[in-house]
Ligand binder design. Sequence first.
Ligand SMILES: [Zn+2]
Length: 265
Amino acid sequence: MLGPIDFVAIAIVALIFIPLERLLPLHREQKLLRSHWLNDAAFMFLNILPITLGVVFFSFLFAGVAQRWMPAGFLAAVRGQPIWLQAAEVVLVADIGFYLMHRTFHAVPFLWRFHAVHHSIEELDWLAAYRVHPLDQILTKSASVLPVILLGFSDGAVMLYVLLYKWQSLAIHSNSRIALGPLKWIFASPQFHHWHHANEPQAYDKNFAGQLALLDWIGRTLYMPAHMPAKYGTDAPMPQRFDLQMIHPFRRQKAPSVQQSNVAA
Ligand SMILES: [Zn+2]
């Protein structure tokens, strides 16, 4: 199920982020082995296979459509650009797909049931990035790769994007004070994404982008005050165990079903 490459990648990530969060902690009082860390470690190991299979399935589907419907001359022109320019374009189009699907997961009550698993985190750190329901991630990642595949970017540019996305995703969840200065209005940072997880009504349904905070400015969903949130998560009840979180979206929901409902809850 997991290959040696996966274990090496996880070990490298842990060896970088654990010291970083000790050296530059955002919430200094948060413990290394914070509550439910084992639950999120289970997500880290067990999610790799279903998410990979799901995204590969949709990628082949989109590639078939691209081959059939997209003009060959257009695809060749896209691939003919310098790799750095293609990579920048991939980040832009992939994050537009990510933004739209993420916003949809917040707006549609049935989809929110799946995404609520990720928002149940009450102590953010790099490991928290892995607590995602696989169906949520398969659809959101597929929305990111759809425009990338249809536009026919080269494999090298896509690899650069994937590497950047993975590291940025871990960094924005991390319990660290990494700051981007004025670039924080363009790129997603811990400050930007921590507000997405804040359990404060004014921050609900804000900061949907995965990489480009600029998209939230355009979409009028940006919320990034100078201070950092004090409380994360939602008020809706969520079991704090891997297996129960996996089946939670399919169970009868007694609680408010979208994040905004917490305002009245
Ligand atoms: Zn969200």
